[in-house]
Design a protein around this ligand. Structure first.
Ligand code: AMP
Length: 326
């Protein structure tokens, strides 16, 4: 099966990315599928950004993806902007994309509401570029978080429009593949964990920083005092225990919270310990890789070469179908 997915290089990879999508990237790769994974640096440009930082984060993201288990010799790991065909297909698809549908995209509405003073046209076209990213590789499966479901629906719509308009069956509708977790809530307990909201726990963040972030993380507001009982079902910290901790620790946290036998700080402390068991090896591997930028660039060159070959094949066929070949 052909698999394709991407991640923006606009900040540190966080637990939401990991449990919402990246876990599946690794799983699908290890099942032996033909996986294409890319760093969506062009998408990161839709928000205000610093060029030097974007470059730095792109390399950090490469190291993080390898540290969680993406093997650049098994999967095709590349940077979006290294394959210029992405931008070209995005233009072609934008000629088919209905403006009304674009304006109704939840992510567009949310992001433009977050910073109304800096909404650019690219933010509106974000899902069209995403459709181009996907269709260039004609994948069967796209492992993404639930927040991308609407964008995938648009991609399928564009496939139908393209095929109808140009009287072809060249593109096939890709299927979305979600993890069981679906959506990870941020430390503020109100919105999804995201880089832009600064409510995240980074995969390679230093333990002291994570500890500090957890200390102030929102819990059940009913637990004002240590001996107030709480409801783990509405507690953000408990939702992280469910992702990370053993069944025994989950039961300890759930019972302790309902009976007020434990305080939120005890609960957060145990979560921290369990989280470090997951993150320590990832952080160590990441640091080793960051000391070898030459190797990271070699992997990215290899990925770009393989991706470009596929992308060129698709675009050549598209040129023929839409009447711009000679
Ligand atoms: P992005 O950082 O927006 O490029 O997202 C990379 C991947 O992580 C996408 O597949 C998203 O759907 C997924 N993702 C991002 N934030 C979350 C979250 N809080 N919960 C679950 N999945 C997420």
């Amino acid at each position: 099966m052909r698999v394709l997915s991407g991640i923006q290089s606009s900040g540190m990879v966080h637990l939401g990315n990991y449990f919402g999508a990246l876990m599946n990237w690794v799983k699908l790769q290890n099942e032996g599928h033909d996986c294409f994974y890319f760093i969506a640096n062009l998408h990161s440009m839709t928000q205000s950004y610093d060029p030097a930082l974007l470059k730095k984060r792109t390399l950090e993201l490469t190291a993080t993806l390898i540290a969680i288990g993406i093997d650049p010799e098994k999967s095709t790991l590349f940077i979006q902007s290294d394959v210029s065909e992405h931008s070209e297909l995005a233009w072609i698809l934008s000629c088919l994309a209905p403006l009304g549908e674009m304006e109704r995209m939840i992510q567009f509405k949310e992001k433009s509401a977050q910073s109304p003073e800096s909404v650019n046209a690219a933010l509106l076209l974000y899902p069209v570029l995403q459709s181009a990213d996907i269709l260039l590789y004609r994948p069967d499966l796209v492992p993404v978080g639930i927040d991308q479901a609407q964008h995938l629906e648009l991609t399928r719509n564009l496939v139908r429009k393209f095929n109808k308009r140009f009287n072809t069956e060249y593109f096939k509708e890709p299927q979305t593949f979600h993890t069981e977790t679906v959506k990870v809530v941020g430390l503020d307990g109100t919105a999804k964990m995201s880089k832009s909201r600064d409510n995240f726990i980074g995969l390679v963040e230093e333990p002291e920083i994570i500890k500090k972030k957890l200390r102030t993380a929102a819990t059940d507001p009913a637990r004002v005092r240590r001996d107030d009982p709480g409801n783990p079902d509405i507690c953000n910290v408990f939702s992280l225990h469910k992702l990370i901790s053993s069944a025994k620790d989950q039961a300890w946290s759930e019972k302790g919270c309902r009976t007020a036998e434990i305080g939120c700080l005890d609960c957060k402390g145990r979560l921290f310990e369990n989280l470090m068991q997951l993150l320590d090896p990832i952080r160590e591997r990441y640091k080793e890789l960051m000391e070898k930028p030459g190797l990271l660039h070699e992997y990215l060159d290899l990925g770009a070469q393989k991706a470009k070959k596929e992308a060129q094949k698709t675009l050549e066929k598209v040129h023929e179908l839409i009447g711009i070949s000679r």
